[in-house]
Design a binder for this molecule. Structure first.
Ligand SMILES: Nc1ncnc2c1ncn2[C@@H]1O[C@H](COP(=O)(O)OP(=O)(O)OP(=O)(O)O)[C@@H](O)[C@H]1O
Ligand code: SF4
Ligand SMILES: [Mg+2]
Length: 323
């Protein structure tokens, strides 16, 4: 592992038990991240983005059927730690998470400043005074004025609530913050303000982030690198420039074509339905929807093929191009 690697994920799997069978939500995902980098994770609803985030911090539901592979962060393999160690050593202090929809589950009867301060008191044994001071500071950092500290969630707008949730994730100075659809519940102008605030944090703090969204255009606004997920797998990963300007995987190409633009032709859409993850298609999981499908795509799973350093594509079309 290179010195500046912050995160190394290898062969990560997270499956769930369900009435319909085993859901292969994260299936053999490998990714690396460098310190200070923002990695965008994009893909349609149900492709496993939140499951990947949960797998990284070992936040496993009771119906977990399989959890394996490795997630090495800060030199520690999270997969191998027990729950107690993950809680003590990893969550909040090394990796924190802004859960999808978290702004809607702020405690309605507790002042928001206290909610921001709470992790410091619970997980780092800080005094109330220290924790409150740190909370005020981090709230300022995310663009909230001092008077917000003593308010209740219902007294805040959606954008302010989301800033509170982000402040809570930052309070222990984690090395990595995972943001799961942090702006999708907000209207466009508020979304832009939150994005600007996140970009400022990236600049000022050198904050490493995993930014999860179904909106590849939004991901492009902040990400250094982008990983495209399809049906539990990463099908393409590369620099934002590589993935956005010359997408190689047919699914990435469709996803970009489906993004509305201010000018230009009406967006295309990705035809067909995402697959059922209890019985994903054989061979390449995208084959039922792929315009370039070949015979072998139906029967054999494509390997991850390196196009350039740090850019790889899981597609048979590039099998002759390995470089
Ligand atoms: N606890 C669970 N038990 C069983 N199945 C689950 C569980 N959580 C998620 N799933 C299923 O796993 C798959 C991946 O879900 P996940 O929430 O990770 O996708 P996502 O990409 O985050 O979707 P979205 O964009 O809608 O948030 C889906 O088929 C989902 O129905
Ligand atoms: S492996 Fe085949 S089916 Fe899958 S994306 Fe590539 S060309 Fe399409
Ligand atoms: Mg999700």
């Amino acid at each position: 592992m290179g010195q500046s690697n912050l995160l190394s994920i290898d062969g990560l799997r997270l499956y769930y038990r369900s009435a319909r069978g085993v859901v292969r939500a994260v299936d053999n995902v490998s990714l690396t991240m460098r310190v200070g980098e923002v990695l965008g994770v994009v893909g349609e609803s149900g492709c496993g983005k939140s499951s990947l985030a949960n797998a990284i911090i070992k936040f496993l539901p009771p119906n977990t059927a399989l959890y394996e592979g490795s997630v090495v962060i800060d030199g520690v393999d999270v997969v191998r730690l027990d729950e107690d160690e993950v809680r003590r050593r990893i969550r909040w202090r090394v990796v924190s998470m802004v859960f999808q929809g978290a702004m809607n589950i702020l405690n309605p009867v507790i002042r928001v400043g206290f909610q921001v301060a709470e992790p410091l008191m619970v997980h780092a044994g800080a005094s109330r005074e220290e924790a409150f001071r740190a909370a005020r500071e981090v709230m300022r950092r995310v663009g909230l004025s001092d008077d917000v500290f003593n308010r209740y969630p219902h007294e805040l707008s959606g954008g302010m609530k989301q800033r509170i949730v982000i402040a809570t994730a930052l309070i222990m100075n984690p090395k990595l913050v995972i943001l799961d659809e942090p702006t999708s519940a907000l209207d466009v102008s508020i979304q832009a303000q939150i994005m600007n605030m996140l970009k400022r944090l990236k600049r000022e703090l050198g904050l490493s982030m995993i930014f999860i969204t179904h909106d590849i255009a939004l991901a492009s606004d902040i990400s250094d690198r982008i990983a495209v997920m399809y049906a539990g797998e990463v099908v393409e990963v590369g620099s934002a420039e590589q993935v956005l300007l010359s997408p190689r995987h047919p699914y990435t190409q469709k996803l970009i074509a489906a993004t509305p633009r201010l000018r230009g032709p009406k967006p295309d859409f990705v035809p067909g339905q995402p697959p059922d993850l209890t019985s994903p298609p054989s061979g390449c999981r995208f084959h039922p929807r792929c315009p370039y499908v070949m015979e072998k795509c139906r029967s054999s799973e494509p390997p991850s093929i390196a196009i350039e350093d740090g850019w790889s594509v899981k597609c048979w079309l590039y099998a002759g191009e390995a470089g």
